[in-house]
Design a protein around this ligand. Sequence first.
Ligand code: BTN
Length: 244
Amino acid sequence: MGGNLVFVPECHSTNTLALQLCQQPSTPEGTVVITNNQTAGRGQRGNSWEAKPGMNLTFSIILKPVFLDLKDQFFLNIIISLGIHDYLVTKKISNSHIKWPNDLMVGKKKLCGILIENQVQGSRFTASVVGIGININQQYFNNDTATSLSIVTGTEHLLQEELEQLLQKVEARYLQLRQNSVAKIKNDYLDVLYWKDEVHQFASNGENFTGVIQGIDDGGRLKVLRNDTGEVKTFDLKEISYLQ
Ligand code: BTN
């Protein structure tokens, strides 16, 4: 990954650029599109993604996971977030977790977000654009729910070096998926899942409830045991919010 690096000083969204590049069959798998200044970064659930120019990593990886069945597409979320988690572990960060489906948390704060956009033909993937926004050297944020690598480690980091290290870890997990080690991958994901087996407050359908995250089902939906009814319910991304 990153052998073919497309650098643009400024763009609206590296995901949008990468999706355009995917249209050209000559674009090799593993191409990385990266910018210093992303002016209209896109996030999950239609949110925007803000990053101070030159301070953080905002990039997209083009994958061609033709080996993957569409019904298993959640595994892409798993291996990308696990790869980034592996990278954070190499930085001696011990309190990093993956908030379902794929936010990287350190303590209670978000350090990295991932937006995966797939191109599909029939029942197969033709390409998948994996957009990653990881806060590296930014010190101040508009909200107190975000953090950065330099806040957590107490030192500044070279963006180029961090990109290379991170891509290595993500690639290793991608190869694990290609070798079909899905049981190990799922176990590793559950081991680092944020709030798993803890009692917390959630909201769904305009209603708050107390529950305990149990894991994920075969389609990657979140399984939560509701304390009030004793039932295990499954949720899609838009169906549940984490409260406290
Ligand atoms: C989220 O947590 O909501 C996902 C954020 C994803 C942001 C990255 S930054 C690089 C890539 N380009 C985009 O427009 N979005 C992703």
